[in-house]
Design a protein around this ligand. Structure first.
Ligand SMILES: [Zn+2]
Length: 694
C-alpha cells in the first residue's frame, strides 16, 4: 500500500474544530482546579482532567454509582468478590487462559491491531474489517480490564499495554480517533449519513468502557485520557445542539460510555451530551424505518415498545437507565418500565435471549419467538443483562435479577463454547445441522459477540452483590468470598458455599469487622417453587420466591445463613400466542433451561420425531444424573418419551387426514443444559419439545 505522510491524516482538523478545542481547555482546567487531590497519573499528567477520588479508582464497580442520586443500590468493585472453584470459576478460568489470549491472536491475525499501527506507519497492511472493527479491540481491552481488576496478570497486562499504546498513537491532535474514516474516507467523518451507519461514536462508546475498566484495574489512564480527548476536544466543541453540528446515535453505546465518563470526571457536559443524543436531533431527518431500526434518532421517551435492532435497543435502554440514575427524569422511568414490560411479557426467549428476527437482527412483534430461526444474538442477551443490572440498581427489585440470571446462565453462557475458543453469534432454540449452518465459530468478520462474552465473564464478580444505605444485597450464588464493606464503612466478609446451579442449597457466612446492625437482602430466586431460609439454624418467615428477603439484625462474626431454594425440574408452557411453541413444553431446573440434543438419544431416534410423555405427576417423573465427565460436568435430566413411527404418508407434504392413531415407540429422553449445546459433533437440538397426547 502507498504510504501517505502522517501529517495529511493527523492534520485533519477543521479550523472550527481547532478553535473550539482550544476554547474548551480553560473550562477543563477550571474543573480540574476545583478538586484538590489529583488521582493517580501514569501518563500525560499535564492538562489531564482530574478524576473522582470518591471512591478511589480501585474501589469503583462495573458502574460507579457512588454519587448517582437515583440509584438505590451501589456496585461493589469486581476485585471485592473472589469466585472460587465451581460453576463460574471454571468458566472464568477458561475465559482468562483460553478465550482472551486467543481472541487477541485473532484480532492481530485479522488486522484489527494493524488498523491502528498503519496510521503511524508501523504497519504496511491495508485497512481490515468493517466500520466497527475498532470496537473489537476496545471490548477486548475491557475484558482484560475486568480480569485485571480481579488480580494482576503481568502477561495479559503487557499485551494490553501494547494494544493501548497502538491505539493512542493513532489519535489525531483534534482528538478524533477511528481507523476506518481515514485516507479516502476522511471526508465522510461525522456526516449525518456516516453517523447513521458508520459506528464512529459506537466505537468511542466501547473505547470509553474499555478505558474505564482498564483504569479501574491499573490506575493507568492513558487510554482513558485519549477517550476524554475525543469527547472533550473533538466531540463536545463541535457536535451537539445548535449551533453545533448534529449527532445521531446510529448504534447506541456512546450514551452509556459518556455517562460512566461523567461519573468519574464530574463534567456535566458529558451527561448533557448523552441526554441530547438520547433525545435525537430533528435537524437530521431520517425515515421512520431507520429510527426504528437504530432505536435512536427520535426521543427515547417517545418509545412505547421494543423494536428494531435488538443490541441497539438494549444499549439505548442501558444508556437511558444510566441517565435516569443521574437525573431522576420521570419521563425516562415511565418509558423504561413500559419497554421492560413489553420485553418481559412478549419478546424474551425462555433463555433470556432477545431479538428474534435474523432480518435486521431485530425484535419481532409481540409473541414472535421462532425457535429454528431465532436470532438471539449473544450481544443482545448481554445487553439485556446489562440493562436489567441498571434497572435493579434503581429499584432493588428482584424481578430484574431473575432476568439477569436467566440471560446469564442460558442465552449468554451458550454463546461461548465450553473450551472457550468458539462462539455463537446466533443462539437459536432449535437447530438442524442439515441446513449447513455452523453455529459456533472462532471468529466472525463482525466479531462483536466474542469479546462481549469475554468482558461479561471478566466482570462477573461485580454482579454478585450490591450495597445500599441500609445494608447489602446478595444477587447471585456460587462458591465465592466477598471482602468489602458496608456503606457505613464497617468491614464485611461474606462467603458462599454451594453446588449451585445443580443444587439450591447455599451456605452463607457473614463476618462484619465488628458486630453491626444492618439488613442483608437475600435474593430468593423467582424460579423456586418454595424456599427456606434459616439464620444460625432458626427458620425465618415470609420467604417468598422472586423477592429479596430482608434479614435485619445485629450481625456478628460467623453468623450463618442457610438458603434452600427448592430446585426440581419444571415443565414450562409458552403463552398460547407464541405459535412456534404450540403443543410444546420446555424444561427448566433452577436457573438452567434444558434442551435435547439428538446424539444423546437412543440410536436412530430423530429429534423431529420425539415427544415428551407426561404421566400423572409430570414434574416428578424426571430422573437426574450428575455426569462429571460430560460437557465439563452437567446434571442430565431423563424422562419418558415416545418416538413416532412415521408412515409412508409422512413423506408427502400434505397427506389426507385419516384419524388413525399415530404409531409410537417408547423411548427415554435425555436433556442437557441449553448452555452446553453444540459442544460435540453437529447434531439436532431443540428446547421446546412436543407433548405426547395418548
Ligand atoms: Zn454480537
Amino acid at each position: 500500500m502507498a504510504k501517505k505522510p502522517a501529517i495529511s491524516r493527523r492534520q485533519f482538523v477543521t479550523s472550527a474544530a481547532a478553535v473550539a478545542a482550544f476554547s474548551v481547555l480553560p473550562a477543563r482546567r477550571a474543573i480540574a482546579g476545583m478538586v484538590e487531590e489529583v488521582a493517580t497519573l501514569t501518563s500525560s499528567p499535564q492538562n489531564s482532567v482530574t478524576l473522582t477520588d470518591n471512591p478511589n479508582w480501585r474501589d469503583q464497580g462495573i458502574e460507579n454509582l457512588a454519587k448517582s442520586p437515583h440509584a438505590k443500590l451501589r456496585n461493589i468493585p469486581v476485585r471485592a468478590v473472589t469466585i472460587q472453584d465451581g460453576f463460574w470459576g471454571r468458566r472464568r478460568e477458561i475465559n482468562v487462559s483460553r478465550s482472551i489470549p486467543t481472541m487477541h491472536d485473532l484480532l492481530e491475525a485479522n488486522g484489527r491491531m494493524s488498523n491502528f499501527r498503519r496510521l503511524v506507519h508501523k504497519s504496511d497492511a491495508a485497512q481490515h474489517g468493517p466500520v466497527y472493527s475498532d470496537s473489537d479491540v476496545y471490548k477486548w481491552t475491557e475484558a482484560v480490564g475486568f480480569v485485571l481488576q480481579s488480580g494482576d496478570r503481568p502477561d495479559l497486562r503487557g499485551t494490553a499495554e501494547k494494544a493501548i499504546n497502538d491505539v493512542v498513537a493513532a489519535q489525531e491532535p483534534s482528538g478524533y480517533l477511528n481507523t476506518y474514516y481515514v485516507d479516502d474516507h476522511t471526508s465522510l467523518r461525522m456526516l449525518p449519513q456516516t453517523q447513521t451507519t458508520g459506528h464512529e461514536l459506537y466505537n468511542i462508546g466501547h473505547m470509553l468502557q474499555g478505558a474505564i475498566a482498564y483504569y479501574r484495574a491499573t490506575g493507568d489512564r492513558k487510554l482513558l485520557d485519549a477517550g476524554i480527548r475525543f469527547v472533550d476536544d473533538f466531540l463536545i466543541p463541535n457536535y451537539g445542539p445548535a449551533p453545533r453540528k448534529p449527532i445521531v446515535s446510529g448504534h447506541p453505546e456512546i450514551e452509556m460510555g459518556l455517562i460512566e465518563l461523567y461519573r468519574i470526571t464530574g463534567d456535566k457536559r458529558q451527561l448533557d451530551l448523552a441526554a441530547y443524543i438520547l433525545q435525537g436531533d430533528k435537524r437530521i431527518e431520517l425515515p421512520e424505518r431507520r429510527t426504528i431500526y437504530m432505536f435512536s434518532g427520535t426521543p427515547f421517551t417517545d418509545r412505547t415498545k421494543l423494536e428494531g435492532h435488538a443490541v441497539r435497543a438494549m444499549y439505548a435502554c442501558c444508556g437511558a437507565t444510566d441517565y435516569y440514575m443521574e437525573t431522576g427524569d420521570d419521563s425516562y422511568w415511565k418509558t423504561l418500565n413500559t419497554l421492560w414490560n413489553d420485553m418481559a411479557t412478549t419478546k424474551m426467549y425462555v433463555t433470556g435471549g432477545v431479538g428474534s428476527r435474523s432480518d435486521g437482527e431485530a425484535f419481532g412483534d409481540a409473541y414472535e419467538l421462532p425457535n429454528f430461526r431465532a436470532y438471539g444474538e449473544s450481544c443482545a442477551a448481554i445487553g439485556n443483562m446489562m440493562w436489567n443490572w441498571r434497572m435493579l440498581a434503581v429499584t432493588g427489585d428482584a424481578k430484574f435479577t431473575d432476568v439477569i440470571e436467566r440471560a446469564l446462565y442460558n442465552g449468554i453462557n451458550s454463546g461461548m463454547s465450553l473450551d472457550g475458543t468458539m462462539y455463537c453469534y446466533r443462539n437459536p432454540l432449535a437447530f438442524d445441522p442439515s441446513t449447513g449452518d455452523k453455529i459456533r465459530n472462532p471468529w466472525y468478520d463482525t466479531t462483536c459477540c466474542p469479546p462481549n462474552l469475554e468482558r461479561t465473564f471478566g466482570s462477573l464478580p461485580g454482579y454478585f452483590y450490591s450495597t445500599s444505605s441500609d445494608g447489602i444485597y446478595v444477587h447471585l450464588y456460587d462458591n465465592s468470598e466477598l471482602d468489602w464493606h458496608l456503606e457505613t464503612g464497617t468491614g464485611l466478609k461474606v462467603t458462599q458455599k454451594t453446588n449451585y446451579p445443580w443444587d439450591g442449597n447455599v451456605e452463607i457466612t457473614v463476618t462484619p469487622s465488628q458486630p453491626t446492625e444492618f439488613a442483608l437482602y437475600l435474593r430468593i430466586p423467582g424460579w423456586a417453587d418454595g424456599a427456606q431460609v434459616a439464620v444460625n439454624g432458626k427458620a425465618l418467615a415470609d420467604v417468598k420466591p422472586g423477592q429479596y428477603l430482608p434479614i435485619r439484625r445485629r450481625w456478628s462474626t460467623g453468623d450463618r445463613i442457610h438458603l434452600l431454594a427448592e430446585m426440581a425440574p419444571q415443565i414450562l408452557e409458552a403463552n398460547p400466542r407464541v405459535a412456534d411453541d404450540t403443543g410444546r413444553v420446555a424444561v427448566q431446573r433452577g436457573p438452567l433451561i434444558y434442551c435435547l440434543e439428538e446424539l444423546d438419544q437412543a440410536n436412530g431416534v430423530a429429534l423431529s420425531d420425539v415427544a415428551l410423555a407426561l404421566g400423572k405427576r409430570p414434574e416428578s417423573e424426571f430422573q437426574t444424573e450428575m455426569k462429571s465427565d460430560l460437557l465439563g460436568g452437567v446434571l442430565l435430566l431423563h424422562h419418558a418419551g415416545v418416538t413416532y413411527e412415521r408412515s409412508a404418508s409422512a413423506s408427502t407434504l400434505y397427506p389426507r387426514y385419516t384419524g388413525a392413531t399415530a404409531r409410537t415407540r417408547q423411548i427415554a429422553l435425555t436433556f442437557i443444559p441449553y448452555y452446553a449445546w453444540a459442544n460435540r459433533q453437529a447434531t439436532s437440538m431443540q428446547v421446546w419439545t412436543p407433548l405426547f397426547k395418548a
